[in-house]
Design a protein around this ligand. Sequence first.
Ligand code: ATP
Length: 358
Amino acid sequence: MGTVELRNLTKTFGSGENAIVAVDDLSIQLEDGEFLVLVGPSGCGKSTTLRMTAGLETATAGDIRIDDTSVTDREPRDRDIAMVFQNYALYPHMTARENMSFGLKMNTDRSETEITERVEEVAEIMGIEELLGDEPSELSGGQQQRVALGRAIVRDPEVFLMDEPLSNLDAKLRTQMRTELQALQEDLETTTIYVTHDQTEAMTMGDRIAVLDDGELQQIGTPLECYNRPANRFVAGFIGSPSMNFIDVTLEDGALVHPEFEYDLAEPTLETLNGQTDLVLGVRPEDIELAETGGIEASAQVIEPLGDFSHLHASIGSDTVTVTVAAGTAVPRDEPLGLSLPEERIHLFDRVSGAALK
Ligand code: ATP
Protein backbone atom coordinates (compact mmCIF):
# COMPACT_ATOMS: atom_id res chain seq x y z
CA MET A 1 0.00 0.00 0.00
CA GLY A 2 1.24 3.49 -0.78
CA THR A 3 -1.38 5.93 0.46
CA VAL A 4 -0.14 9.44 1.20
CA GLU A 5 -1.82 12.03 3.34
CA LEU A 6 -0.70 15.60 3.80
CA ARG A 7 -2.60 16.89 6.81
CA ASN A 8 -2.80 20.66 7.42
CA LEU A 9 0.74 21.04 6.14
CA THR A 10 2.26 24.48 6.58
CA LYS A 11 5.72 25.85 5.86
CA THR A 12 6.88 29.31 6.88
CA PHE A 13 10.32 30.58 5.89
CA GLY A 14 11.85 33.34 8.01
CA SER A 15 10.07 35.06 10.85
CA GLY A 16 8.41 38.30 11.86
CA GLU A 17 7.72 40.81 9.10
CA ASN A 18 9.85 38.91 6.62
CA ALA A 19 8.08 35.60 7.09
CA ILE A 20 6.96 33.89 3.90
CA VAL A 21 4.16 31.36 4.17
CA ALA A 22 5.21 29.08 1.32
CA VAL A 23 2.59 26.40 2.06
CA ASP A 24 -0.57 27.28 3.96
CA ASP A 25 -2.61 24.61 5.73
CA LEU A 26 -2.53 22.18 2.83
CA SER A 27 -4.48 18.92 3.10
CA ILE A 28 -4.38 16.32 0.34
CA GLN A 29 -4.98 12.56 0.32
CA LEU A 30 -3.68 10.18 -2.32
CA GLU A 31 -4.98 6.70 -2.88
CA ASP A 32 -2.59 3.81 -3.35
CA GLY A 33 -1.28 3.87 -6.94
CA GLU A 34 -2.65 7.31 -7.72
CA PHE A 35 -0.82 9.80 -9.95
CA LEU A 36 -1.39 13.27 -8.51
CA VAL A 37 -0.04 16.36 -10.23
CA LEU A 38 0.66 19.43 -8.10
CA VAL A 39 0.42 22.37 -10.44
CA GLY A 40 0.59 26.13 -10.08
CA PRO A 41 2.63 29.17 -11.05
CA SER A 42 6.20 29.79 -9.96
CA GLY A 43 6.45 30.42 -6.22
CA CYS A 44 3.07 28.86 -5.32
CA GLY A 45 4.69 26.32 -2.98
CA LYS A 46 4.78 23.15 -5.10
CA SER A 47 8.43 22.31 -4.55
CA THR A 48 8.26 23.11 -0.86
CA THR A 49 5.30 20.72 -0.50
CA LEU A 50 7.20 17.97 -2.30
CA ARG A 51 10.39 18.61 -0.34
CA MET A 52 8.49 18.39 2.95
CA THR A 53 6.95 15.11 1.81
CA ALA A 54 10.42 13.83 0.97
CA GLY A 55 11.83 15.03 4.29
CA LEU A 56 14.25 17.48 2.66
CA GLU A 57 12.45 20.37 4.34
CA THR A 58 10.96 20.41 7.84
CA ALA A 59 7.25 21.18 8.12
CA THR A 60 6.39 24.17 10.31
CA ALA A 61 3.07 22.53 11.15
CA GLY A 62 0.98 19.59 10.05
CA ASP A 63 1.56 15.92 9.46
CA ILE A 64 2.74 13.75 6.57
CA ARG A 65 1.45 10.20 6.58
CA ILE A 66 2.50 7.35 4.32
CA ASP A 67 0.44 4.18 4.64
CA ASP A 68 -1.37 5.74 7.54
CA THR A 69 1.82 6.16 9.55
CA SER A 70 3.25 9.56 10.38
CA VAL A 71 6.65 10.06 8.74
CA THR A 72 6.89 13.76 9.60
CA ASP A 73 9.78 13.20 12.00
CA ARG A 74 11.56 10.56 9.92
CA GLU A 75 14.73 11.04 7.93
CA PRO A 76 14.26 11.03 4.13
CA ARG A 77 15.85 7.57 3.81
CA ASP A 78 13.33 6.14 6.27
CA ARG A 79 10.23 7.30 4.40
CA ASP A 80 10.22 4.69 1.61
CA ILE A 81 10.05 7.34 -1.10
CA ALA A 82 12.22 8.02 -4.14
CA MET A 83 12.57 11.50 -5.53
CA VAL A 84 13.36 12.54 -9.11
CA PHE A 85 14.67 16.06 -9.63
CA GLN A 86 14.56 18.49 -12.53
CA ASN A 87 18.36 18.58 -12.75
CA TYR A 88 18.58 14.74 -12.48
CA ALA A 89 20.99 15.01 -9.50
CA LEU A 90 23.14 12.09 -10.66
CA TYR A 91 26.52 11.52 -9.05
CA PRO A 92 28.88 12.87 -11.75
CA HIS A 93 31.76 10.48 -11.15
CA MET A 94 29.69 7.34 -11.06
CA THR A 95 28.55 5.33 -14.06
CA ALA A 96 24.84 4.95 -14.76
CA ARG A 97 25.04 1.48 -13.21
CA GLU A 98 26.71 2.83 -10.05
CA ASN A 99 24.18 5.66 -9.83
CA MET A 100 21.32 3.19 -10.04
CA SER A 101 22.88 0.72 -7.58
CA PHE A 102 23.88 3.30 -4.99
CA GLY A 103 20.55 3.51 -3.11
CA LEU A 104 20.21 -0.27 -3.04
CA LYS A 105 23.71 -0.71 -1.63
CA MET A 106 23.12 1.90 1.06
CA ASN A 107 19.65 0.90 2.15
CA THR A 108 19.11 -2.79 1.75
CA ASP A 109 20.80 -6.03 2.48
CA ARG A 110 20.56 -7.35 -1.05
CA SER A 111 23.50 -9.32 -2.40
CA GLU A 112 25.75 -7.97 -5.17
CA THR A 113 24.12 -10.40 -7.62
CA GLU A 114 20.60 -9.35 -6.66
CA ILE A 115 21.52 -5.69 -7.10
CA THR A 116 23.06 -6.35 -10.52
CA GLU A 117 19.96 -8.25 -11.60
CA ARG A 118 17.60 -5.55 -10.35
CA VAL A 119 19.58 -2.73 -12.03
CA GLU A 120 19.66 -4.63 -15.32
CA GLU A 121 15.94 -5.39 -15.13
CA VAL A 122 15.11 -1.69 -14.65
CA ALA A 123 17.67 -0.60 -17.27
CA GLU A 124 15.78 -2.79 -19.74
CA ILE A 125 12.44 -1.20 -18.77
CA MET A 126 14.00 2.25 -19.28
CA GLY A 127 15.81 1.26 -22.50
CA ILE A 128 19.24 2.20 -21.13
CA GLU A 129 21.03 -1.19 -21.03
CA GLU A 130 23.69 0.11 -23.43
CA LEU A 131 24.41 3.13 -21.25
CA LEU A 132 25.11 1.42 -17.93
CA GLY A 133 28.88 1.91 -18.23
CA ASP A 134 28.65 5.63 -19.05
CA GLU A 135 29.10 8.55 -16.69
CA PRO A 136 26.49 11.36 -16.73
CA SER A 137 28.77 13.69 -18.74
CA GLU A 138 28.70 11.14 -21.58
CA LEU A 139 24.89 11.10 -21.67
CA SER A 140 22.34 13.44 -23.24
CA GLY A 141 19.78 15.20 -21.04
CA GLY A 142 17.09 12.68 -21.98
CA GLN A 143 19.41 9.75 -21.22
CA GLN A 144 20.40 11.26 -17.87
CA GLN A 145 16.73 11.63 -16.98
CA ARG A 146 16.16 7.95 -17.81
CA VAL A 147 19.00 7.00 -15.48
CA ALA A 148 17.56 9.26 -12.77
CA LEU A 149 14.14 7.63 -13.20
CA GLY A 150 15.78 4.20 -13.25
CA ARG A 151 17.55 5.01 -10.00
CA ALA A 152 14.17 5.81 -8.41
CA ILE A 153 12.49 2.70 -9.83
CA VAL A 154 15.14 0.14 -8.77
CA ARG A 155 14.35 0.86 -5.14
CA ASP A 156 10.68 -0.05 -5.63
CA PRO A 157 9.54 2.59 -3.13
CA GLU A 158 6.00 3.13 -1.84
CA VAL A 159 5.94 6.63 -3.34
CA PHE A 160 7.62 8.53 -6.19
CA LEU A 161 8.07 12.27 -5.77
CA MET A 162 8.93 14.05 -9.02
CA ASP A 163 9.87 17.74 -9.21
CA GLU A 164 9.51 19.02 -12.77
CA PRO A 165 11.43 15.98 -14.10
CA LEU A 166 10.88 16.83 -17.76
CA SER A 167 11.42 20.56 -17.82
CA ASN A 168 15.08 20.44 -18.91
CA LEU A 169 14.23 18.39 -22.00
CA ASP A 170 13.43 19.87 -25.40
CA ALA A 171 9.77 20.06 -26.42
CA LYS A 172 9.71 16.90 -28.55
CA LEU A 173 11.48 14.72 -26.00
CA ARG A 174 9.32 16.15 -23.25
CA THR A 175 6.14 15.04 -25.03
CA GLN A 176 7.60 11.57 -25.64
CA MET A 177 8.79 11.17 -22.03
CA ARG A 178 5.45 12.41 -20.76
CA THR A 179 3.67 9.51 -22.43
CA GLU A 180 6.35 7.02 -21.37
CA LEU A 181 6.32 8.15 -17.78
CA GLN A 182 2.56 7.85 -17.62
CA ALA A 183 2.63 4.32 -19.05
CA LEU A 184 5.44 3.39 -16.66
CA GLN A 185 3.54 4.69 -13.65
CA GLU A 186 0.45 2.75 -14.71
CA ASP A 187 2.51 -0.45 -15.02
CA LEU A 188 4.34 0.03 -11.74
CA GLU A 189 1.23 1.27 -9.90
CA THR A 190 3.44 3.31 -7.60
CA THR A 191 1.75 6.26 -5.90
CA THR A 192 3.22 9.40 -7.44
CA ILE A 193 3.22 13.11 -6.66
CA TYR A 194 4.41 15.01 -9.70
CA VAL A 195 5.16 18.74 -9.58
CA THR A 196 4.92 20.96 -12.64
CA HIS A 197 4.07 24.53 -13.56
CA ASP A 198 2.90 23.31 -16.96
CA GLN A 199 -0.87 22.97 -17.15
CA THR A 200 -0.65 20.75 -20.26
CA GLU A 201 1.50 18.26 -18.34
CA ALA A 202 -0.98 18.40 -15.48
CA MET A 203 -4.01 17.88 -17.72
CA THR A 204 -2.52 14.97 -19.64
CA MET A 205 -0.69 13.09 -16.89
CA GLY A 206 -2.62 13.30 -13.65
CA ASP A 207 -5.38 10.98 -12.39
CA ARG A 208 -6.15 14.08 -10.36
CA ILE A 209 -4.58 17.50 -10.21
CA ALA A 210 -4.16 19.78 -7.22
CA VAL A 211 -3.98 23.43 -8.21
CA LEU A 212 -2.00 25.66 -5.83
CA ASP A 213 -1.71 29.40 -5.67
CA ASP A 214 0.08 31.42 -3.04
CA GLY A 215 0.65 28.35 -0.86
CA GLU A 216 -3.05 27.47 -0.79
CA LEU A 217 -4.94 24.63 -2.41
CA GLN A 218 -7.39 26.11 -4.91
CA GLN A 219 -8.96 22.91 -6.20
CA ILE A 220 -8.31 19.21 -6.36
CA GLY A 221 -10.06 16.99 -8.90
CA THR A 222 -9.71 15.13 -12.14
CA PRO A 223 -8.30 17.21 -14.99
CA LEU A 224 -11.76 17.38 -16.59
CA GLU A 225 -13.44 18.46 -13.35
CA CYS A 226 -10.95 21.32 -13.02
CA TYR A 227 -11.42 22.24 -16.69
CA ASN A 228 -15.22 22.00 -16.77
CA ARG A 229 -16.04 23.16 -13.27
CA PRO A 230 -13.22 25.37 -12.01
CA ALA A 231 -13.73 26.30 -8.36
CA ASN A 232 -12.65 29.88 -8.86
CA ARG A 233 -11.32 32.39 -11.30
CA PHE A 234 -7.70 31.45 -10.61
CA VAL A 235 -8.20 27.79 -11.57
CA ALA A 236 -10.34 28.83 -14.55
CA GLY A 237 -7.53 31.02 -15.86
CA PHE A 238 -4.73 28.59 -15.09
CA ILE A 239 -6.20 25.39 -16.55
CA GLY A 240 -6.82 25.39 -20.31
CA SER A 241 -4.79 26.82 -23.14
CA PRO A 242 -5.21 29.46 -24.40
CA SER A 243 -6.57 30.82 -21.17
CA MET A 244 -10.25 31.44 -20.47
CA ASN A 245 -11.51 34.92 -21.41
CA PHE A 246 -12.72 37.09 -18.53
CA ILE A 247 -15.04 40.08 -18.89
CA ASP A 248 -16.36 42.23 -16.03
CA VAL A 249 -20.15 42.46 -16.10
CA THR A 250 -22.95 43.58 -13.78
CA LEU A 251 -26.18 41.74 -13.19
CA GLU A 252 -29.20 43.95 -13.83
CA ASP A 253 -32.80 42.77 -14.29
CA GLY A 254 -31.81 39.20 -15.11
CA ALA A 255 -29.16 40.15 -17.66
CA LEU A 256 -25.38 40.51 -17.65
CA VAL A 257 -24.68 44.10 -18.56
CA HIS A 258 -21.48 45.29 -20.23
CA PRO A 259 -20.99 48.67 -21.95
CA GLU A 260 -21.19 46.90 -25.33
CA PHE A 261 -23.81 44.20 -24.76
CA GLU A 262 -26.54 42.70 -22.62
CA TYR A 263 -26.76 38.95 -22.15
CA ASP A 264 -30.04 37.53 -20.83
CA LEU A 265 -29.70 34.70 -18.35
CA ALA A 266 -32.11 31.82 -17.94
CA GLU A 267 -33.86 31.38 -14.59
CA PRO A 268 -31.79 28.38 -13.37
CA THR A 269 -28.57 30.36 -13.92
CA LEU A 270 -29.97 33.38 -12.09
CA GLU A 271 -30.74 31.17 -9.11
CA THR A 272 -27.09 30.11 -8.79
CA LEU A 273 -25.94 33.72 -8.44
CA ASN A 274 -27.39 34.28 -4.97
CA GLY A 275 -28.10 37.91 -5.69
CA GLN A 276 -24.46 38.75 -6.49
CA THR A 277 -24.32 41.59 -9.01
CA ASP A 278 -20.61 42.36 -9.52
CA LEU A 279 -19.55 39.46 -11.67
CA VAL A 280 -16.91 38.24 -14.05
CA LEU A 281 -18.10 36.39 -17.14
CA GLY A 282 -15.69 33.61 -18.13
CA VAL A 283 -15.74 31.82 -21.45
CA ARG A 284 -13.14 29.59 -23.03
CA PRO A 285 -11.82 30.42 -26.52
CA GLU A 286 -13.05 27.02 -27.75
CA ASP A 287 -16.59 27.71 -26.46
CA ILE A 288 -17.20 30.94 -28.38
CA GLU A 289 -18.86 30.63 -31.77
CA LEU A 290 -18.97 33.05 -34.66
CA ALA A 291 -22.62 34.03 -35.02
CA GLU A 292 -24.23 33.94 -38.46
CA THR A 293 -26.39 36.87 -37.43
CA GLY A 294 -26.65 38.86 -34.22
CA GLY A 295 -24.49 37.88 -31.27
CA ILE A 296 -22.22 40.12 -29.23
CA GLU A 297 -20.66 42.75 -31.45
CA ALA A 298 -16.88 42.48 -31.62
CA SER A 299 -14.17 43.50 -34.01
CA ALA A 300 -11.37 41.25 -35.25
CA GLN A 301 -7.82 42.32 -34.42
CA VAL A 302 -5.40 39.53 -35.26
CA ILE A 303 -5.78 35.97 -36.50
CA GLU A 304 -3.07 33.41 -35.70
CA PRO A 305 -3.17 30.29 -37.91
CA LEU A 306 -2.05 27.20 -35.97
CA GLY A 307 -2.54 24.47 -38.57
CA ASP A 308 -5.83 22.71 -37.97
CA PHE A 309 -7.38 25.74 -36.23
CA SER A 310 -6.68 29.43 -35.66
CA HIS A 311 -6.85 31.85 -32.75
CA LEU A 312 -8.80 34.98 -33.44
CA HIS A 313 -8.17 37.92 -31.12
CA ALA A 314 -11.11 40.29 -31.11
CA SER A 315 -12.16 43.30 -29.11
CA ILE A 316 -15.49 43.89 -27.40
CA GLY A 317 -15.22 47.57 -26.49
CA SER A 318 -12.13 47.82 -24.30
CA ASP A 319 -12.02 44.06 -23.60
CA THR A 320 -10.07 41.61 -25.72
CA VAL A 321 -11.14 38.01 -26.23
CA THR A 322 -9.52 35.02 -27.88
CA VAL A 323 -11.72 32.75 -30.01
CA THR A 324 -10.71 29.38 -31.46
CA VAL A 325 -11.94 29.21 -35.05
CA ALA A 326 -11.65 26.67 -37.86
CA ALA A 327 -8.53 26.81 -40.02
CA GLY A 328 -8.93 29.12 -42.98
CA THR A 329 -11.67 31.22 -41.35
CA ALA A 330 -11.38 34.62 -43.00
CA VAL A 331 -12.26 37.57 -40.78
CA PRO A 332 -11.53 41.04 -42.12
CA ARG A 333 -9.71 43.22 -39.61
CA ASP A 334 -11.84 45.87 -37.87
CA GLU A 335 -15.03 44.56 -39.55
CA PRO A 336 -17.89 44.02 -37.10
CA LEU A 337 -18.25 40.43 -36.04
CA GLY A 338 -20.93 38.63 -34.02
CA LEU A 339 -19.85 36.33 -31.20
CA SER A 340 -22.18 33.77 -29.69
CA LEU A 341 -21.60 32.49 -26.14
CA PRO A 342 -23.72 29.39 -25.42
CA GLU A 343 -25.13 29.78 -21.93
CA GLU A 344 -24.34 26.21 -20.92
CA ARG A 345 -20.65 26.91 -21.56
CA ILE A 346 -20.26 30.23 -19.77
CA HIS A 347 -18.84 30.59 -16.26
CA LEU A 348 -19.65 33.31 -13.76
CA PHE A 349 -17.41 34.36 -10.89
CA ASP A 350 -17.87 36.68 -7.94
CA ARG A 351 -15.75 39.69 -8.89
CA VAL A 352 -14.41 40.21 -5.36
CA SER A 353 -13.76 36.68 -4.03
CA GLY A 354 -13.24 35.05 -7.43
CA ALA A 355 -15.42 32.09 -6.35
CA ALA A 356 -17.25 30.30 -9.15
CA LEU A 357 -21.02 30.85 -9.01
CA LYS A 358 -21.79 29.03 -12.25
P1 ATP B 1 9.03 27.19 -8.68
O1 ATP B 1 8.25 26.49 -9.73
O2 ATP B 1 9.51 28.55 -9.10
O3 ATP B 1 10.09 26.35 -8.02
P2 ATP B 1 7.26 26.59 -6.48
O4 ATP B 1 5.80 26.64 -6.72
O5 ATP B 1 7.90 25.27 -6.46
O6 ATP B 1 7.99 27.55 -7.51
P3 ATP B 1 8.48 27.03 -3.94
O7 ATP B 1 9.86 26.83 -4.48
O8 ATP B 1 7.89 25.97 -3.13
O9 ATP B 1 7.48 27.36 -5.14
O10 ATP B 1 8.46 28.42 -3.16
C1 ATP B 1 7.32 28.92 -2.47
C2 ATP B 1 7.67 30.21 -1.78
O11 ATP B 1 8.61 29.97 -0.75
C3 ATP B 1 8.33 31.24 -2.69
O12 ATP B 1 7.89 32.51 -2.30
C4 ATP B 1 9.81 31.07 -2.40
O13 ATP B 1 10.50 32.26 -2.62
C5 ATP B 1 9.79 30.70 -0.94
N1 ATP B 1 10.93 29.84 -0.56
C6 ATP B 1 11.19 28.60 -1.04
N2 ATP B 1 12.30 28.08 -0.46
C7 ATP B 1 12.75 29.02 0.40
C8 ATP B 1 13.86 29.11 1.30
N3 ATP B 1 14.71 28.09 1.45
N4 ATP B 1 14.00 30.24 2.02
C9 ATP B 1 13.12 31.25 1.91
N5 ATP B 1 12.06 31.25 1.09
C10 ATP B 1 11.87 30.16 0.33
